[in-house]
Design a protein around this ligand. Sequence first.
Ligand code: MG
Length: 411
Amino acid sequence: MVSRGLERREFLKFLTIAMAGVASSRLMEVARVDAAGRAKITDVKLVRLRVEKDLGSYPDWVGNPRHVTIGGGAFTEVHTDQGVTGIGPEIDPSLLPQVNAILAGQDPFDINLLATRLYDVRGGGMGYRGSAGAEIAVWDLMGKLANQPLYKLWGGGRERVVPYASMLRLSTPEERAEIAAKLKADGWRAIKVRSSFPTLREDVQLVEAIRKTTGDDWIIMCDANKATFDEAATKGVRWDFTRACQTALEYQRLNVYWLEEPLPRYDYDQLAELNRMIYMKLAGGEGNRGVHEFRDLLEKGCFDIVQPEVMLEGPSHLRMISAIAQSMYKMCIPHVGDMRLGTICDLHLIASWPETTSPYIEIFNDQPIGNYTYPFSIFEEPPALTKNGFFELPQGPGLGMKIKEDLVLKS
Ligand SMILES: [Mg+2]
């Protein structure tokens, strides 16, 4: 009996210790979940940045001045009750009350719901300063809470992406050929030029000149920017179907990788007809809105490559659009973004998609003044072109970017 009593006592003692162990490990688990996933958003703020240097402006392809600064502008911060903060592109200050009403008190991991609500926040003339910037900041926050870079959170796949140098000026065929040769020597693998000359002859000469200096196989893309009816955005040079067709055939002969926006955005029938006539790829979609428009563009055969803009659509929509494109064996190569946190977001999205879907990232790099390192200079360690022509993926959690502390204006 004595021994049985002892055994029983020992057993009860063991049980007590064991249960305490289970309870404490459960507590730890709960604490870990609280720390990792159940953070609550407290508020959304804008942080303004000091202009370090004003570099002046240069004319884009229709003659509008593009102002270049180092520093300046702002970024969006999404704060939580756990001291972890997500960052995203600048949003228009007038959106802050609505965005705060949607996000404050919410779990950032309820992103499907939050992104849908944010997408419905529309403001006239917001352009690239709409609510998508706040959605990007919530994704950055999730990456930080999960301690993973966004491209890994989105499924991973690629550690580097090839940037293409996107030109903003029209310039002359000779100067464009010169800059293309310089870019090639610097390690860039591809260029995109603006086909916005008054005549077909000049548009063809532009590509012929670049081919001559860069060789038969270097990647050349051409952007006609003819998707809009806004005369100011096309400088009065509109293409009808004949001009679009003639240009496409000439560019196909010159081994152009894609022709972008040859016809109005909603002219689905003629876009599809042109696309059936050529084997060169047609690209477009930078101004389309809503997943359904991209589905229509692909279903109707308008484009081989859709180019959604993350600053208009937000990352959640871009992931859906890419999935539709993948299901139809088409490409999804996002439009340029804001050349700051939005473009870094594109880099993560693209790296999480197959290379066959998204082989390139668009980077404005019309040197000397339109140098991509200027907008990227707000970051402590921005991506930079490697010798063999890649951008490596940032390895920090979320977007993996830190804004230089000395640029932050204390309000
Ligand atoms: Mg374009």
